[in-house]
Write a protein that binds this ligand. Structure first.
Ligand SMILES: Cc1cc2nc3c(=O)[nH]c(=O)nc-3n(C[C@H](O)[C@H](O)[C@H](O)COP(=O)(O)O)c2cc1C
Length: 459
């Protein structure tokens, strides 16, 4: 059988993920694996029709397609995202329709599920037969049991393709939205009170109702608002994955484009940051993805702590819960307050006006000053993954993170909690005594609430 591998790493042949493919190719010599470095060569693929068509022709002749990519900012990298956009822009879905497919990524397991959900949904949109996701940690291939596991996945995949097994789509097609938002009267009563307000909007077309929604939001503030079109920022390209930033946040693009200065001068210094964009396929535009990927020069540290942020979206977000989760998680790991996610899905201009006015007011409300809610599973879980990785394998590459984690108390490993350790040791011993055990179980509920009840009633 012939398998087309769409390599989504900007590092091309130097991709770690690609080594899993090379390994599988050696172990399954009866099948051929043809690799296209689509992320690395995206500039060429955008301009050179023949180069793009060569990939389509190969896909048409193949028995299956393997999406092989690194995790970048909870998804695939911007260059791979752009490749996916090109397929739809050029209306080339037919080349992929009916093909068997699977996705492979390597990562540190930080939102790997949202990236695979995304690729699965894209495969469904393309009419492909998606058979599964494989998401090992970056260096799992070094371990014998993990190699066996990977070959197990590939064995099952190749067998299912050979048998022409049925595949179940998981994501229904998105219902198209044709609504045109017409802004009403704006009262401009949200008092910015000297706060720096930055609204970034998507310049990639079609941008749906974004310009009009941003216009209304900006007009709701009583004071200066900076609106920046992402297309006007000097961004030479997507993140290259070189990880030069790891030591001291130096970026390969330093001195070559204006992204980092923009981020440091405008984004970091703003009190309120609004991200506005239209939905492209099952995410925002690849331009937005480039913005997020390039912010990786800050590596694994939050840069929007205590800021009030919001997303203003044009398009069917309600049909893409995966994207809502990505946006929510972004607010959490930035330690910001994600005040609102507003969309134009209601199809009612009056309601959108009211929501945008409410958003403006809440972003500058005095009670919102440095407010950020406690994190939920997305933020807490993500932070623990970062903590363990930066403390462990990533430390010598990401020295800037290590310094930040050390100085900001993020190395909060439970083994350092000596009070809890003493209590656990004592109580585990005591509860071995039957009479104590019986009493312990009887008063457990009461004891659990006791310290918090004391605070609630006395502080
Ligand atoms: C810009 C950037 C963003 C990343 N984002 C994530 C992420 O969101 N989740 C994750 O688990 N790993 C993330 N990683 C780690 C890579 O996914 C990981 O190193 C991967 O193995 C690289 O594969 P490759 O060598 O095939 O490109 C990121 C790395 C870079 C450079």
């Amino acid at each position: 059988m012939k398998i087309i591998v769409l390599n989504g790493s900007p590092k091309g042949e130097l991709s770690v993920t690609l080594q899993y493919v090379r390994f599988a190719a050696r172990k399954f010599p009866d099948h051929t694996f043809e690799i296209f470095h689509v992320a690395q060569t995206i500039r060429k693929l955008e301009k050179d029709e023949k180069a793009f068509n060569d990939i389509l022709e190969a896909v048409k002749k193949a028995d299956a397609v393997l999406w092989s990519f690194p995790l970048y900012f909870l998804l695939v990298c911007s260059q791979y995202k752009r490749f996916i956009e090109l397929i739809f822009e050029k209306e080339q879905e037919a080349a992929f329709a009916g093909k068997y497919t699977a996705s492979l990524s390597t990562s540190i397991h930080f939102f790997d599920h949202t990236a695979h959900n995304y690729i699965h949904s894209i495969c469904d949109d393309l009419g492909m037969k998606y058979l599964g996701a494989y998401s090992p940690a970056m260096y799992d291939l070094m371990k014998r049991p993990e190699r066996t596991r990977w070959l197990g996945f590939m064995g099952l995949f190749l067998d299912a393709v050979t048998r022409r097994a049925p595949a179940a789509p998981a994501y229904p097609p998105l219902a198209a939205q044709k609504f045109v938002y017409e802004p009403g009267q704006v009262k401009s009563i949200a008092d910015a009170a000297g706060k720096k307000i930055l609204i970034m909007k998507d310049g990639q077309t079609p941008s749906g109702n974004i310009d009009a929604m941003v216009g209304t939001l900006a007009a709701n503030f009583n004071g200066p608002v900076e609106v920046v079109n992402l297309m006007d920022i000097d961004i030479k390209g997507g993140c290259l994955g070189c990880c030069k930033c790891g030591l001291d946040n130096v970026c390969e693009y330093d001195g070559k484009d204006g992204y980092k200065d923009f981020y440091n001068e405008k984004v970091k210094k703003a009190d309120v940051v609004v991200f506005a964009g239209a939905i492209f396929d099952r995410y925002l535009s690849s331009r937005w993805k480039t913005y997020f990927d390039r912010s990786f020069f800050n590596t694994h540290t939050p840069t929007l702590i205590g800021k009030q942020i919001a997303f203003v979206i044009s398009g069917p977000l309600g049909q893409i819960p995966n994207l809502r989760q990505i946006l929510t998680a972004y607010g959490e790991f930035q330690e910001a307050n994600l005040a609102f996610i507003i969309t134009d899905e209601s199809g009612d201009s009056g309601k959108i006006d009211a929501l945008l006015a409410e958003l403006a007011g809440s972003l500058v409300h005095p009670a919102a000053q440095n407010y950020a809610p406690p994190m939920n599973f997305l933020g807490v879980g993500g932070r623990k993954i970062f903590r363990d990785e930066v403390y462990g394998m990533l430390r010598f590459v990401f020295q800037a993170d290590h310094h930040y984690y050390k100085t900001h108390g993020l190395y909060d490993f439970p083994q350092k909690n000596y009070k809890a350790r003493r209590m656990n040791a004592f109580m585990m011993l005591m509860t071995k005594i039957p009479s104590v055990r019986k009493k312990f179980l009887k008063i457990l509920k009461e004891q659990m609430v006791k310290p918090v009840k004391f605070i609630a009633e006395n502080k």
